[in-house]
Design a protein around this ligand. Structure first.
Ligand code: ADP
Length: 739
């Protein structure tokens, strides 16, 4: 072997240096490797830490959730237990309750098997052993029949069972009553539930049935007694009537005979008392006849409107004494002839209208008839009401007044006579005719009694034609009563007229009354009577016919009415037919007059007489009746001044003492008018009651020219008139003219 030369130190150093360098480089690279590894490790560790934290968090959450769930589970458990306890209590209570009630209670399932039944249910069947849960309804019924628990009446057991099962399986199970062997009564009430179960109730109604039977017995006994009593009363009243007729008839004859004052008074008292007694007896007789079911209706044709009218005419005098207006509003489109018992219809109407007049002190009584034709046949449904403005009836008494012997007890009322039977009879009669009666009332304002009836029209029906021939087109209605204006307007409009209504004579006079073809004037107004109205209408140049309506035609001076061109005086209330007849006559007269040339008008002397007293007006007009004059009355000084212009009188008679404005003042104003308008001085003659010394001077100073003292003497008046007849005018009537 070749021995290697010995290295020099330098070489050794270089080698060593190289080795060291290499070592250092290695170290460095290892170091870098380590650092990298370290960093990776760090990152990893951090990631690990994060994961651990995350997991811890999740574990915590899961734990708390688990804890919560555990809590909930135990709550649910507790709730369940409580619900269970409650259900048990409720069931026990329900069952206790079912056991406590005295009625039988049972439930059957959809296969008709008894599920449960309370003791009451079981005991109703006399404690039959077989009746226990599990038994079917059919078996239960069979047991009842076999053991004779139930009274099946005349039925055979088979048919009874069939009937009961059919009922049980029906859609709606009707209640039914069974009689049991021991004379108790039970009522079965069964109802099917939604799931097919059937609840069955069995009520013991023995007491109720017994009670009903007792009531029915008592009612029959009471009715029999009432009928017997009524029959007795009817016989008695009839027996009493015969001698009473003797008393009335004989006292009538007695009054006719020659009696002195005192004897006449006695006889009249006997007659009046007997008549009053007869009215009472008739009421009692009627009432007991109805009660005893002995009253028979006799339907026959009659005229309803006329019946009402006749009753009103009979009541007119007592209404007139109180100043009551009696009015009828009979539906224009309703027939008047019907079939019913006319006597009884009159009785009903007389009672209601009579009461209305009796219990009314001021105002009016209005009978209104309306109705409609039923679909088929001749039947009409009629409504008749009787309305008054009387004392009225308190609300708590309204229900009682149709009872027998009932009279409203209060001090306002007891001054009225009566039996208290009228309305009871009226109600019964309306009931017998198949109708109904009722009443409305406001104390202090009035009452309205009404009844409704369905009765046939007389066949063949009489056509109601209210049309008028030509010539009449318009009418003026003057009436202070709004209802009357309304009724007349309705009637006249239905007759084809144009109608204007006025509440007072003055309102009518101020509105050119001459332009109407006809004036209908209410003569019973306080303001001015029909004759005075007509006179003023004429003074204004109105030549139209006037029809006066009055409750008392006899109070009117026919001759005077004639003079003022009053076409007709009709009695209120008017039948529709009568009104139509009058207007028809008038229309005919107008047509006839139109066909003939008008006679030349004769000029007449115009007189104005101011006098506030109606009687004095009447006296005055009678005194001058024989002369052909155009007289206008003024009711006071103011009217006298007003009329002075329109009438332009040839002579004025002036009462001195008048309300509103006296005769002296009126004369002063007339003189002023004359002076202002440059008129000739009109002679004015004072009529005075003051025949006192020195009075004449005051009168003449006021501008009056003459004076006459009351009481007036005809000759003085006639002389005064004759002294002032204007030239060219004749005041003696043509037919009475001398020679
Ligand atoms: P009477 O014979 O007393 O009039 P009714 O039976 O006819 O008997 O009437 C009974 C009572 O009803 C009357 O006494 C009266 O108190 C009251 N009554 C009847 N109609 C009216 C009426 N139109 N206004 C006020 N009260 C009336």
């Amino acid at each position: 072997m070749k021995k290697a030369p010995n290295p020099s130190l330098q070489e050794m150093l270089a080698t060593e240096r190289r080795a060291r360098l290499a070592a250092e480089q290695l170290l460095e690279s290892k170091h870098a490797e380590l650092t990298r590894a370290n960093r990776r490790l760090g990152m990893h560790a951090r990631q690990l830490t994060d994961e651990i934290l995350q997991q811890r968090r999740e574990v915590r959450e899961v734990r708390s959730e688990a804890a919560a769930l555990k809590g909930q589970a135990s709550q649910a458990q507790k709730d369940l237990e409580r619900a269970h306890r409650q259900a048990t209590v409720a069931e026990r209570r329900l069952w206790d309750a079912l056991e406590t009630i005295q009625d039988g209670f049972a439930v059957f399932n959809r296969r008709d098997q008894l599920l449960i039944a309370n003791r009451a249910y079981l005991s109703l069947f006399d404690g039959l052993d077989g009746i226990r849960p599990g038994i079917t309804y059919g078996e239960l019924l069979q047991l009842l029949v076999d053991e004779g628990v139930v009274d099946i009446g005349a039925e055979t057991p088979g048919s009874w069972l069939d009937m009961m099962l059919e009922r049980w399986h029906g859609d709606r199970i009707e209640p039914m009553v069974l009689r049991l062997w021991n004379d108790t009564y039970v009522k079965l009430m069964d109802r099917r539930g939604q799931d097919g179960d059937l609840v069955s109730l069995v009520l013991d109604i023995t007491d109720t049935i017994r009670y009903e039977r007792e009531i029915e017995d008592a009612r029959q006994r009471a009715e029999a007694a009432a009928r017997a009593k009524a029959a007795f009363l009817a016989n008695m009243s009839h027996e009493i009537r015969t001698p009473m007729n003797g008393v009335v008839g004989m006292s009538d004859l007695l009054i006719e005979s020659d009696l002195d004052e005192e004897q006449r008074l006695y006889a009249e008292t006997i007659k009046n008392s007997a008549e009053a007694l007869l009215v009472i007896i008739n009421d009692v007789l009627d009432y007991s006849k109805i009660e005893a079911e002995k009253l028979v209706l006799h339907p026959e044709p009659f005229d309803l409107e006329r019946a009402i009218h006749e009753i009103l005419v009979l009541l007119q005098s007592s209404a007139g004494e109180k100043g009551l207006d009696l009015l009828v509003d009979y539906d224009m489109f309703l027939p008047t002839r019907f079939v019913a018992d006319p006597g009884r219809i009159r009785q009903i109407l007389t009672n209601l209208i009579g009461n209305a007049v009796k219990f009314t002190v001021t105002g009016h009584v209005l009978v209104r008839v309306t109705g409609y034709h039923q679909e088929d046949g001749p039947f009409f449904n009629l409504h008749v009401t009787v309305e008054d403005t009387g004392i009225g009836i308190a609300a708590d008494k309204l229900g009682l007044i149709f009872g027998e012997f009932s009279q409203v007890e209060d001090e306002r009322n007891r001054k009225f006579e009566g039996t208290g039977l009228g309305l009871a009879i009226t109600q019964q009669l309306v009931g017998m005719m198949g109708g109904e009666i009722w009443v409305d009332s406001v104390p202090g304002e009035g009452s309205c009694f009404g009844f409704q009836l369905t009765i046939p029209e007389v066949e063949p029906p009489v056509a109601t034609d209210f049309s008028l021939p030509g010539g009449l087109h318009s009418a003026m209605v003057v009436d202070d009563l709004p209802i009357n204006r309304m009724i007349l307007e309705k009637q006249l409009t239905a007759m084809g007229l144009r109608v204007a209504t006025y509440r007072s004579a003055m309102a009518a006079l101020n509105d050119d009354p001459g332009r109407f073809d006809l004036v209908l004037f209410d003569n019973d107004m306080a303001e001015m009577d029909g004759l005075a109205f007509a006179a003023r209408l004429r003074a204004k140049g109105g030549a139209n016919p006037v029809i006066l309506m009055t409750a008392n035609p006899s109070h009117l001076d026919a001759h005077e009415a004639d003079l003022q061109g009053i076409f007709a005086v009709v009695q209120k209330p008017m039948l529709r037919r009568d009104l139509h007849l009058r207007l028809h006559e008038l229309a005919d007269a107008i047509s006839a007059a139109a066909a003939r040339p008008a006679p030349a008008a004769r000029p007449r002397m115009r007189l104005l007489a101011a006098e506030d007293n109606k009687t004095n007006q009447l006296v005055f007009s009678k005194m001058i009746k024989q002369l052909d004059l155009d007289v206008t009355f003024a009711n006071d000084g103011i009217e006298a001044v007003e009329l002075f212009r329109s009438v332009a009188p040839h002579l004025v008679f002036m009462d001195i003492s008048m309300p509103q404005m006296d005769g002296k003042e009126a004369t002063r104003r007339i003189r002023e008018i004359e002076a202002r308008d440059g008129l000739e001085r009109t002679p004015i003659c004072a009529l005075t009651a003051h025949a006192m010394e020195g009075d004449d001077q005051g009168i003449l100073e006021a501008g009056l020219d003459f004076y006459l003292t009351k009481p007036l003497r005809r000759q003085e008046i006639l002389d005064r008139i004759r002294a002032h007849v204007p030239e060219g005018i004749e005041i003696d009537r043509p037919e009475e003219a001398p020679g």
